[in-house]
Design a binder for this molecule. Structure first.
Ligand code: BGC
Length: 747
């Protein structure tokens, strides 16, 4: 398993803009950086660009280096990753304080969905479409990790993902650049807080720059072949949003784009990031990605690899040691001007000053604070809330859900129902002293929820991935005795994640077969699907009475699932990735182009852009998700149907909760540019609002359409809004459009 692995009031969180240091402070910092820089030898400068892993294996083979401590003492290391806890970070920092210039170390770690408190996997969180809640989860993660000595998280992952074969879809916010940009922005603000140097915050890292999610065939680390348009329109926007949120650092991606590895890609790192976007933080390589330039075949030696990566704009070398070993000679030989080294060192030292580490290198090493932060009871409550908001109700035949808490007998079946650690998903952090006792299993969550008279029966039925059907009989026996069956199946948690690409997206092993068997018991079956990616499960879609896609929900999984099953929480999540019917439909996403042969429907697809043996529709579309109430959309009005340049259109509509309980609706606004100088997608998400209404309540919603929302990259890749007609679509998902109109952008 790959892992290390001041709560802000809700309304306050998103109104906070991270301002970073003010001009006066920045001048002082720059001055202090320069005063340190002029004392440094070349070797010490290069040391700042060198990052090592702590002494244990985490993300790959570790280069064993018994001399790590002496290198730190000699000022040859700028940063360490994966040091867990204040005693460990204090240990290393004390060694750094024995160095000539006492330059403090930076401690980085993958805090992907929580430190001690594990929140839902990022893809699950994205399905909440709830920016405040997502920001709050990042904030709490920062509070815990910073109290444990960490300065810097390698998150958020901002890679757009449209191919669920790619295991790392688990770490991102799905397929849509607009939504992923909003989420990425909220996460950066959540991690970094509002003030640089505050001890409850972490520096964030926008990764993996760029287009890592577009790996050919969904195979991790694979090449990316991509047009400039695709890059700018789809893959870069979340990174741009992170720069706008003042993200402290960037990480370059493992992949190449059109043959140029991202680690050595000066177009990405220099031209776009540092020049065009004026990013003034620093760029770290991915794990060993500098030395991997040799595998890519663009460098013939470690020296060439170091030269390429460094001159392209990658400032810090994570675990490949090429900078440390090769940069000194490259500078002596005149291949790298010293000013380039100084620029990279300045970027890193600036962050150390901003964090206040030069004033107090042990600022983040307070063991009492660590204990308090890790035992803050409000964190579990927030994790439960985030988990509730992440569960997607995909099917609910005959309103089977919510169940009554007084149901007489419930059969709880499946390999995941009693699991604890599985709920943590990929990329959890193992914090010594805090183990699986903190995870609420589904069994426990349900047991705590039902009334004392309810009888719970259990059968495992099968394992997650072997072929044995031996447990089917017992499961059947139990199902027959119950009024309703809850079946918990899915992936093992390490099946989605880094280096976990799959060519087959079925629910593994004989788990769907178990469902088939249980159908014969004649009892209603609710299926919980636990996974880190969209899976293919057509049999379940057709045969289960109700389906909850629970992803991996973290520590509070069991409680949150029980809240939804028994109606204490009305499910509100909406998919952020299209779910295919079959692997052959991949890549599949809602914002495709129309083509010259558009497919109209499954009954008229001859000579159209379709498969002859598969539907044109996905299993579940982007934006889809059910709840326990219903909403009516009405009264669409546009303040004008003709918008001149510089004007805005105010779109208003009424939303009514027509069902029997309170609930939340995610109203989605899509636009289509009907005729443009380059073909435009059939629809693009351009706004959304998540609204909570009581039964019978009506609210008027307003959306603003401005020039930005109509813009796209023309043939010369200039961002333009072209005059002409636009279609406006408002709906409950990308397929369930309830209101439509057209308007014109005039000359
Ligand atoms: C991953 C990064 C991660 C790094 C450090 C790499 O293998 O691609 O996302 O931050 O390891 O753990």
């Amino acid at each position: 398993m790959k892992k290390l692995g001041v709560f802000l009031a809700t309304s306050f969180l998103l109104s906070v803009i991270y301002i970073g240091p003010g001009t006066a402070q920045l001048n002082t910092i720059n001055h202090r950086v320069d005063s340190v820089l002029q004392l440094m030898t070349l070797e010490e400068k290069i040391g700042q660009l060198n990052q090592y892993n702590d002494d244990w294996e985490v993300t790959g083979p570790v280069t064993i280096d018994t001399a790590k401590a002496s290198q730190i003492r000699a000022g040859q290391v700028g940063s360490l990753l994966n040091c867990v806890g204040t005693s460990r970070t204090r240990h290393w920092q004390e060694i750094a304080m024995q160095s000539r210039l006492k330059i403090p170390l930076l401690f980085g770690q993958d805090i992907i969905h929580g430190y001690k408190t594990t929140f839902p996997i990022p893809l699950a969180e994205s399905c909440s479409w709830d920016l405040e809640a997502i920001g709050r989860a990042a904030r709490i993660s920062a509070e815990e990790a910073s109290a444990a000595g960490v300065h810097w998280t390698f998150a958020p992952m901002l890679d757009i993902a449209r191919d669920p074969r790619w295991g790392r879809v688990v770490e991102g916010a799905g397929e849509d650049p607009y939504l992923a940009s909003k989420i990425g922005y909220a996460q950066v603000i959540g991690f970094q807080g509002s003030q640089s140097g505050d001890t409850t915050s972490l520096m964030a890292c926008a990764k993996h720059f760029a287009a890592y999610g577009a790996a050919v065939g969904g195979r991790d680390y694979n090449s990316v072949d991509m047009s400039e348009r695709q890059l700018w329109e789809t893959y870069l926007p979340p990174f741009k949003a992170a720069v706008e949120a003042k993200v402290a650092t960037f990480m370059c991606a493992f992949n190449d784009i059109n043959g140029v590895p991202c680690t050595a890609n000066s177009y990405l790192l220099k031209d776009i990031l540092k020049d065009k976007w004026q990013f003034n933080g620093f760029v770290v390589s991915d794990w060993g990605s500098v030395v991997q330039l040799i595998n890519h075949g663009t460098a013939g030696s470690e020296r060439e690899a170091a030269l390429q990566a460094f001159t392209a704009g990658c400032d810090m070398d994570m675990e490949s040691r090429c900078y440390k070993n090769e940069l000194p000679q490259l500078v002596h030989d005149g291949n790298i001007p010293l000013v380039y080294i100084d620029d990279a060192v300045r970027r890193i030292l600036r962050k150390k000053f901003e964090l206040g580490l030069f004033d107090d290198p042990f600022k983040f090493c307070n063991a009492d604070r660590e204990q308090r932060a890790l035992n803050d009871p409000s964190h579990a409550a927030s994790a439960r809330e985030m988990a509730e908001k992440s569960i997607v109700l995909l099917k609910n035949q005959n309103h089977l859900l919510p169940l009554s808490k007084d149901t007489r007998t419930i059969a709880l079946i499946g390999p995941l129902i009693k699991e604890r650690m599985q709920n943590k998903g990929f990329w959890d952090v193992i914090v010594p002293g805090y183990d699986s006792a903190y995870v609420v299993s589904q069994w426990e969550g349900i047991r705590n929820k039902v009334s004392p008279g309810t009888k719970l029966l259990y059968a495992k039925g099968c394992t997650l991935d072997d072929e044995s059907r031996d447990g089917f009989k017992e499961a059947m026996k139990v199902a027959k005795k119950a009024d309703v069956v809850i079946l918990s199946i899915g992936e093992r948690r390490d099946m989605s994640g880094e280096a976990r690409s799959r060519s087959n997206l079925n629910i593994p092993g004989v788990q769907e077969e178990l469902l088939k068997t249980l159908r014969d018991a004649g009892k209603p079956v609710i299926v919980l699907i636990n996974a880190g990616r969209p899976l293919v499960f057509s049999y379940t879609v057709q045969n289960a009475d109700a389906i909850l896609y629970t992803w991996w929900l973290g520590d509070e999984a069991g409680n949150a699932i029980a809240d939804v099953l028994f109606g204490d929480y009305n499910p509100s999540a909406r998919l952020t990735m299209t779910f295919p019917r079959s692997v052959g439909q991949i890549p599949i996403f809602y914002s495709h182009l129309n083509t010259g042969h558009p497919a109209q429907s499954d009954s008229s697809r001859s000579y159209s852009s379709a498969y002859i043996d598969e539907s044109i529709y996905p299993e579940f579309e982007f934006g889809f998700g059910l709840g326990y109430t219903t909403f009516q959309y009405s009264g669409l009005t546009l303040s004008t149907k003709k918008m001149t340049d510089g004007e805005k259109i105010i779109v208003s509509m009424e939303l009514t909760n027509t069902g029997r309980c309170e609930g939340e609706e995610t109203v989605q606004l899509y636009l289509r540019d009907l005729v443009a100088s380059v073909a435009r997608p059939v629809m693009e998400l351009r706004d959304f609002q998540k609204v909570k209404l009581k039964s019978g309540e009506t609210r008027t919603l307003e959306f603003i359409i401005d020039r930005d929302k109509l813009s796209f990259y023309d043939q010369q890749l200039n961002l333009v809004a072209e005059p002409g007609m636009f279609e406006l679509m408002i709906g409950a998902s990308s397929r369930d459009i309830r209101l439509r109109d057209k308007f014109e952008l005039s000359e």
